[in-house]
Design a protein around this ligand. Structure first.
Ligand SMILES: [Zn+2]
Length: 280
């Protein structure tokens, strides 16, 4: 088998839009980065342009999205951007941001994939390294169960069920490749429960949220703009979030993630557990 090389973005490319929780208008720019540098976010609006690496050890908040932080550099809701980058084989990139949160776009990863495709990617000199799962990991947390077991491929099997809604259980299992991520997961939009709206508003969250970028579950219906993109869009978005959160391992993963009712807290706790075991 030929050796896979690391890749970076071919040229700088930008995207502008509203951020989900803060409601700011934000601009994100992908820039080429050296081999072995990983995915680095940089706050170009702050003095000294501080950076933070996309890594599980830098996660500081997981309630409504995944936040990473290093010194003065805080970036909220990184998961949809990370899912696009890791799934499309971008190992090294600098993500310049002029706000603490990337644009939510349409609530999916598709706009970021289009951006990567428009810029193109370049092969670099260094060999790509994988996080190879060589033993099983188990986690049970609140309502979530996450198991990660060895597999030659990167696979996700996910089950979701919402107690507050009358929607059926959704289940999907697939091997995540560049192509399958794009066709099967990337367009699934973020969502929230109708009952959560009041809490989110009171907490000052979802300020940029609307049916332009999120689905809302209400009873046995889903409020969404232009109908659902996949009949099981919810489980697909949960899998998109898993791809983004597991990117925080710092390398693309080979292994099978089996998740029941996952969320950012359980995803990130599992990533941190795996990193700890490896660095022992
Ligand atoms: Zn999400």
């Amino acid at each position: 088998m030929s050796v896979e090389k690391q890749r970076t973005i071919k040229k700088a490319i930008s995207y502008q839009g509203i951020a989900l929780h803060t409601g700011f208008r934000a601009r994100l720019t992908f820039r080429p980065a050296d081999a072995n540098s990983g995915i680095i976010f940089r706050r170009i609006d702050l003095p000294g342009k501080p950076t933070v690496k996309a890594c599980g050890t830098n996660v500081t908040e997981v309630m409504r999205g995944t936040t990473i932080e290093d010194g003065d550099c805080v970036i909220n809701t990184v998961e949809h951007v990370l899912a696009a980058l890791v799934s499309q084989g971008v190992d090294n990139v600098i993500v310049d941001m002029d706000r603490p949160e990337p644009p939510i776009a349409d609530g999916s990863s598709m706009p970021f994939i289009r951006l990567i495709e428009e810029a193109g990617t370049d092969e670099q000199d260094a060999e790509r390294e994988y996080f190879i799962v060589d033993k099983p990991y188990f986690l049970e947390m609140e309502h979530a169960i996450i198991n990660v077991v060895p597999d030659e491929k990167f696979r996700i099997s996910c089950t979701v069920k919402y107690d507050q809604s009358q929607l059926d259980t959704q289940y999907l299992s697939l091997e995540v490749t560049r192509e399958s991520f794009k066709t099967e997961l990337s367009e699934a939009r973020t969502f929230c429960g109708y009952h959560e709206l009041e809490y989110l508003m009171k907490a000052g969250l979802a300020r940029g949220g609307s049916l332009d970028n999120a689905n809302v579950l209400h009873g046995n219906t889903i409020l969404s703009k232009d109908g659902l993109r996949y009949p099981d869009e919810i489980v697909r978005h949960k899998m998109l979030d898993i791809v983004g959160d597991f990117c925080l391992l710092g390398k693309p993963m080979k292994g099978h993630i089996i998740a029941v009712k996952p969320g950012h807290p359980s995803n990130v706790t599992m990533v941190q557990k795996m990193l700890k075991e490896v660095n022992k």
